[in-house]
Design a protein around this ligand. Structure first.
Ligand code: ATP
Ligand code: LTN
Length: 361
C-alpha cells in the first residue's frame, strides 16, 4: 500500500468541498510542524501530515516547518539544522507536493515574528497563562525555568496562521486550544482596528486527532514525553516498529472491542489499524471477534510496516539531495513571503505605525 491510498473519514468540522465558483481562488489551508525530532511519529503523521497531503488537492495550501517554535525549549543548533531538513524531506515523502503546496521554513518569512510582536500587545497575560501546553511543558522544570518564548508560543502560532488568512488549519486535538486563542485574537484585532483577519476554523479529524502511546495508552503519543517503546517513529527500522507493536500494552480480558475508557490499549490499536488499513472500526471488531490480541498486533505490525517502508526509503533518498530540499524551501518562501508581507503592511497601517518613506525635501 502506498502512503497515500487510505482516506480518512469526514472531519469533525467538515469543510466539505471548496465552495468556490470555477476559476475562483480555492480556500486556503495552513499548518506548521516543529522540527524537534529526527523523525515524525505516527501521531504527527495521522493527526496532521497525512491530512495535509489529502487537503492539497482541493485547497490552496501553506505548510511550514516551525523552527522558531522549536527554540522555545532547549535546543542544539546542529540538530535543529539537520531536523529542519529532515522535516522537509518527510513532508515530501508523505506526498506533500511542492507543485501544489507552498512548503517553507518559518524563519525564512520574517513577517511571522513581526506580527507575533504586534499580537503580543493585544494578548492578555492571564489568557496566555491558561494555555495547557504551556502549563504542561513548563511544569516539567518549574515555571521559573521556562522561557518567555514558551509562554508566548501560542501568540507566534496565531501570527503564523493569521498572516495567510486561511479558512482551515489541519492539526491534532492537542492544538485546539491554541486555535481558539488564534480565533479570539483575530476577532479582537478586527473589532478594535478594522476587519483584517479571517477567523480560521480548526480542521481536526476525530478518528486520528489523538493517537495514544503504546505503553501508556491513556497519554498521547508525543515526541517530548513518550518513552522510546511507546512511540512509533516513522523513520525507525520497520523491524523495530513491529516489535514495539507486538509489545504494546493491552489488558487482560482478551476481547477485541473498541472502548477507549475501559480498553484504551486495544482501542488505540484498532484506531491505528482502521486509519492505516481503511476499514471501519465496526468491521474490524466483527473480523476479530473471538481472535486474540497477538493476531491483532501481528496484523497491525504488517500494515504499519507496509506503510512506513516507502516513506522511510523516500525520506532517506531525499536527504541525499540537499540542494533540492533547499530549492523547495526557497520556492515555498517565495510564494508565502509576499502574502505574509501584504498582511503585515495592513496591520502596521491599522495599528498606527508610520510607514517608512522617503522624506520630502
Ligand atoms: P511535543 O511532544 O514536543 O509536543 P508532538 O509530538 O506533540 O511534540 P508537534 O510537533 O507538537 O508534536 O505536533 C505536530 C502535529 O502533530 C500537530 O498538528 C499535532 O496536533 C499533531 N500531533 C502530535 N501528537 C499527536 C498525536 N499523538 N495524535 C494526533 N496528532 C498528534
Ligand atoms: N504548535 C504546532 C505547530 C505550529 C502550527 C502553527 C500548527 C506552529 N505554528 C500554525 C498550525 C498552524 C504544533 O504542532 N505543536
Amino acid at each position: 500500500m502506498s502512503a497515500t491510498t487510505a482516506h480518512p473519514p469526514a472531519p469533525e468540522t467538515a469543510p466539505g468541498p471548496p465552495a468556490t465558483a470555477e476559476g475562483a481562488a480555492r480556500p486556503r489551508v495552513l499548518s506548521g510542524i516543529q522540527p524537534t525530532s529526527d523523525s515524525y511519529h505516527l501521531g504527527n503523521y495521522l493527526g496532521a501530515v497525512r491530512n495535509w497531503q489529502i487537503l492539497q488537492a482541493d485547497y490552496q495550501p501553506f505548510f511550514f516547518i516551525a523552527d522558531q517554535h522549536a527554540i522555545t525549549v532547549d535546543w542544539d543548533p546542529k540538530l535543529l539544522r539537520e531536523r529542519t531538513l529532515r522535516s522537509v524531506a518527510q513532508l515530501l515523502a508523505a506526498g506533500v507536493d511542492p507543485e501544489k503546496s507552498a512548503i517553507f521554513v518559518q524563519s525564512h518569512v520574517p513577517a511571522h515574528a513581526q506580527l507575533a510582536w504586534v499580537l503580543n500587545g493585544i494578548t492578555g497575560f492571564g489568557e496566555a497563562r491558561r494555555m495547557t501546553q504551556f502549563k504542561d511543558k513548563s511544569a516539567k522544570e518549574g515555571e521559573g525555568a521556562a522561557s518567555v518564548g514558551l509562554f508566548t508560543y501560542p501568540v507566534l502560532m496565531a501570527a503564523d496562521i493569521l498572516l495567510y488568512r486561511p479558512h482551515y488549519v489541519p492539526v491534532g486535538e492537542d492544538q485546539r486550544q491554541h486555535l481558539e486563542l488564534t480565533r479570539d485574537l483575530a476577532q479582537r484585532f478586527n473589532h478594535r482596528f478594522k476587519k483584517t483577519f479571517r477567523v480560521p476554523e480548526p480542521y481536526i479529524l476525530r478518528a486520528t486527532s489523538k493517537i495514544y502511546d503504546l505503553q501508556e495508552p491513556t497519554r498521547k503519543m508525543s515526541k517530548s514525553s513518550s518513552s522510546p517503546s511507546g512511540i512509533i517513529e516513522m523513520l525507525d527500522d520497520p523491524k523495530v516498529t513491529a516489535k514495539k507493536i507486538r509489545s504494546a500494552v493491552t489488558d487482560s480480558d482478551g476481547e477485541i472491542r473498541y472502548d477507549p475508557d475501559e480498553k484504551p490499549g486495544v482501542s488505540n490499536l484498532l484506531s491505528l489499524l482502521s486509519a492505516l488499513g481503511g476499514e471501519s472500526i465496526a468491521d474490524l471488531e466483527e473480523q476479530y471477534a473471538g481472535k486474540g490480541y497477538g493476531q491483532l498486533k501481528g496484523d497491525l505490525a504488517e500494515v504499519v510496516t507496509n506503510y512506513v517502508t516507502p516513506y522511510r526509503d523516500r525520506t532517506l533518498e531525499l536527504l541525499d539531495d540537499q540542494t533540492y530540499l533547499l530549492q523547495v524551501m526557497a520556492e515555498g518562501a517565495g510564494q508565502a513571503g509576499p502574502i505574509a508581507e501584504a498582511t503585515l503592511r495592513d496591520v502596521y497601517q491599522r495599528i498606527g505605525f508610520v510607514a517608512p518613506g522617503t522624506p520630502a525635501r
